[in-house]
Design a protein. Structure first.
Length: 192
């Protein structure tokens, strides 16, 4: 009798094991066909140009005290300079690869500056930029650099002239990149 119970238990265990194995087998669903990729379509588009979108801001008081001159490389790689005409300057520049992208800002005290007019001049140092590559169709490629600054500095009367004049010989702000043929950005410290 014990043998019969043992055989029955083994048979039951064997049936359960077979049922579980059958239930674990993958279903016989047809595979979703994969679409072959077109060998002429690049998976990583090649960069054709680099773009710099740059914004610089000052206050009314800063423009009353000083002139700001902005130099930048235009879309033909030529150096251009223009005087800041409003409180906000924005330019989108583009260069073929390899190339350079850059903005440099100098300032000089105005000839009619009246030092008695200000007890404190608040200097706003605000800029932001987005530099990136585009492909031959002008579509953005995720290579590039971003940067920004937003700070204020109070400068007391008697020190305003010295503060502004030091930026007539060195840039108030500078952003300069060289971009190689593969779209890699390198920050440059020297303006050329």
């Amino acid at each position: 009798m014990k043998k019969m119970k043992l055989i029955a238990a083994l048979c039951c265990a064997l049936v359960c094991a077979c049922t579980m194995m059958v239930g674990c087998q993958p279903k016989n669903d047809p595979q979703t066909p994969t679409t072959p990729t077109d060998p002429t379509t690049p998976t990583n588009p090649k960069p054709a140009a680099a773009v710099l979108n740059y914004t610089f801001e000052v206050t009314d008081e800063m423009r009353e005290v000083a002139d700001f001159n902005i130099s930048y490389y235009d879309n033909e790689g030529k150096l251009q300079t223009e005087k800041l005409a409003s409180n906000k300057w924005n330019k989108i520049m583009q260069t073929a690869l390899p190339g350079k992208l850059g903005v440099q800002i100098y300032t000089a005290l105005k000839a009619d500056f009246d030092s008695t007019k200000y007890d404190v001049l608040t200097i706003l140092d605000r800029y932001n930029y987005n530099a990136y590559c585009v492909d031959a169709e002008g579509k953005k490629i995720e290579k590039g650099k971003d940067g920004y600054k937003n700070s204020t500095l109070p400068v007391v009367s008697g020190k305003i002239e010295g503060y502004i004049n030091k930026y007539s010989q060195k840039p108030f702000h500078q952003t300069l990149f060289s971009v190689d043929a593969d779209g890699n950005f390198t920050y440059l410290s020297e303006w050329e």
